[in-house]
Design a protein around this ligand. Structure first.
Ligand SMILES: NC(=O)c1ccc[n+]([C@@H]2O[C@H](COP(=O)([O-])OP(=O)(O)OC[C@H]3O[C@@H](n4cnc5c(N)ncnc54)[C@H](O)[C@@H]3O)[C@@H](O)[C@H]2O)c1
Length: 334
């Protein structure tokens, strides 16, 4: 199939392009290059590259495309807070326009990368797709707005699907260390401590970034009537963890590292457990390849062979917020 992937150079996108190509799909990659030069490994290139802001795409860019996988975004709460207007412009307005253009161009399937973080501080232990969401940040508000607006476009020729991904972790050619698991492990290896920015009690659903990419590939070929206009949580029921569990697993890998609970309330009050039964129901053959433990072991080995140091832990290469601050000019005046 002909697949257009936005955000193909990102943490998840680099896995996704590789998997799509391994499955013999033709891939068009769109990215503005916010994290150019940040990858720590080479990654598979798409067949065609469109180096553009998603807000600059033309209908002709979608010619012959069967499915759009839309991942490009300012991709988490702190980055979204850096400049809320840009976040709304790209993540909300830009994404909705992109979906409209794809539909107009005759694209029949649109897979949107949403997030479980919209559950915010959950009111009950097992959040399902129909539960009320508590979007507080510009990032989360944008994700919900897209789900709502793009679902209105669904018709017999256009099938949108909303993949509400758990928080990602694990190795990718373009690593992010702002994500909790990657961060705690990197901190332990490079600084010798495991700094948990809370009392460790908040719950998070976690999923390997490659498993998110695998889910996108599975939704590409799933029968339309099984997935039509559905919102689906992406992760596994056994993969909800308290942050302190993550800290303990890190300590198993780096026994000399000390766990430090900073106890900060911080701006991030997210605390939610998520139910993933619908994913199992819709794609019964889809299994996660990784558990948190196996994914952490793999990343641990990668950090060791890279000789990951304090200077890396603080570098623009791995700390996304720093790079983004310097490269805002790429997306500011669009
Ligand atoms: N990583 C997670 O934990 C997670 C969890 C849930 C949902 N998601 C969603 O999945 C998607 C991908 O996440 P990621 O972790 O790979 O993010 P990422 O930041 O690593 O990658 C995003 C990519 O999009 C590109 N991009 C950003 N704005 C653009 C624009 N205006 N035009 C063209 N390209 C642009 C960037 O250059 C980057 O390569 C995002 O939509 C994110 O919100 C991620």
């Amino acid at each position: 199939m002909n697949v257009l992937v936005t955000g193909y150079q990102g943490y998840i996108g680099t896995h996704l392009v590789d998997l799509l190509k391994k499955n013999n799909h033709h891939v068009v990659g769109v990215d503005v290059g916010l994290f150019d030069g940040c990858a720590w490994e080479d990654y598979t290139q798409p067949d065609v590259i469109i180096r553009k802001d998603i807000r600059q795409l033309h209908i002709s860019d979608f010619k012959g495309i069967d499915c759009v996988m839309h991942l490009a975004a300012i991709s988490n709460d702190p980055m979204g807070d850096l400049n809320e207007n840009i976040t709304y412009s790209i993540n909300r307005e830009g994404s909705i326009e992109l979906a409209k253009m794809a539909k107009k161009a005759g694209v029949s399937r649109f897979l949107f990368s949403s997030s479980c973080s919209i559950y915010g501080k959950s009111s009950k232990p097992d959040m399902v797709e129909s539960d009320p969401t508590v979007p507080i940040t510009a990032y989360a508000i944008s994700k919900i707005a897209c789900e709502q607006a793009i679902s209105q476009l669904a018709d017999s020729n256009f099938c949108p699907v909303f993949l509400r991904n758990a928080t990602a972790y694990g190795h990718s050619p373009n690593l992010r260390i702002d994500l909790v698991v990657n961060n705690l492990l990197a901190c332990a290896i490079s600084r010798g401590d495991i700094r948990i920015m809370s009392d460790g009690s908040p719950w998070r659903p976690l999923v390997h970034c490659k498993d998110i990419a695998r889910a996108f590939v599975a939704f590409l070929t799933a029968p339309t009537h099984d997935i039509y206009n559905k919102i689906v949580n992406i992760g596994g029921n056994s993969q909800n963890f308290q942050v302190k569990d993550v800290g303990n697993l890190v300590q198993k890998l780096v026994p000399n590292a000390k766990i430090v609970y900073t106890g900060e309330a911080g701006p991030d009050s997210r605390d939610y457990k998520v139910n993933f039964d619908l994913l199992k129901q819709i794609l019964p053959n889809f299994e996660l390849e990784y558990t948190l433990e196996s994914g952490m072991k793999e990343l641990f080995q990668k950090y060791l062979s890279y000789n990951f140091k304090v200077s890396d832990f603080e570098s623009e290469q791995f700390v996304r917020l720093r790079t983004l601050k310097k490269r805002l000019y790429l997306i500011e005046n669009n």
